[in-house]
Design a protein around this ligand. Sequence first.
Ligand code: ATP
Ligand code: MG
Length: 356
Amino acid sequence: MIVKDDTLLIKFKNPIFKEYYHTKVLHTDDDSIYTEIPYADGQPVLPAEGSMVFLYNQRTQTEHISELSAKQMSPDMFFVIKKPFYKKGDKTKFIAIASGKGGVGKTSFAINLAVSLSQKGYHTFLLDADMGMANVDILMNVRVENTIRDIIDNDLHILDVVVDGPGGVNVIPGGSGFQDLANIDVWKFNKLLNSFNDLEKYADYVIIDTGAGIAKNVMNFLMASHEVLVITTPEPHAITDAYALIKTINEIDPTIIIKLIINKAESPEEANFIAGKIIQVAKENLSIKILKYGYILEDFAVMRAIKKRRPFLISEVDSPASKCVDNISNLIINKPYTETVFKKSFTDRFKELIKK
Ligand SMILES: Nc1ncnc2c1ncn2[C@@H]1O[C@H](COP(=O)(O)OP(=O)(O)OP(=O)(O)O)[C@@H](O)[C@H]1O
Ligand SMILES: [Mg+2]
């Protein structure tokens, strides 16, 4: 928590004012923090209102992100900074959304799950890690300036890459940044992984939208995450491919518990039946544990939302699809954190996997 008289190191997401500046908190109220305007080379530092702000509190040694809401020049000079979101818990959960077959609804689900968690007060990031067809930015209608590629090539901080998405979701555009990950130097890749470690300072949840299938890059994201949500539709070829993915995960690490979600279900009964069948076959042939984690009904609201480039959780709050995603986000939130899951960070798990 930032309070009066705290000394902050402040950095803006701004091409001109790139440095870290010292400032002091003048006072705070329910919505904002008021700070001195710092000087650099004898000039006041005046980035545009709306700029993203990175704050380091020297007293508590904690980092926060927020936004510059206003700057007052006279009679007194001060910044008005939106009260930062204080991460709810002390843990950051990385959740990967995966499927065997493509086009089963991963991206739509990932976006709306992120919105749902964010609306419930959790600081949520959505990482677009679909190497071939990154399209979170298109579906969320956000303008991408940098991608995670710039963390590797141009030494950007992960917060320089984040863009504000609808519903308070922080979008991390991956896209082209992931395309040649397989050929990238290990030290460069570690730079990227370390920046994911930075996310642990700000995020309650990091939702990872992956590409379909079992390519090694995709698998690493799955295996390093704290939770793996496998999505399938009730169609037989989607089910077969989901099973193949589950089998591959089982081969790499049978201790992972898979959360199964049925999308485009005709009814709760159909979803229940399909999930039951997959779980039964897995039980007979594999040692991995699979949990039913809900379903999303087939709903025109999803397609309408995609055309409007708005998450259906925002544009069609009362739609059946929204209610289904809401149920799933409750499952995620209410699941107690267990120590075993958090023994290692996402970054450490990923580093181990690429060594194999
Ligand atoms: N619950 C639903 N009801 C109706 N249509 C849906 C539903 N979920 C997804 N869709 C439709 O399925 C299409 C594919 O969805 P989406 O792009 O999210 O899949 P994906 O798994 O991310 O695909 P890819 O593997 O190509 O990344 C969407 O265009 C949308 O129209
Ligand atoms: Mg997708």
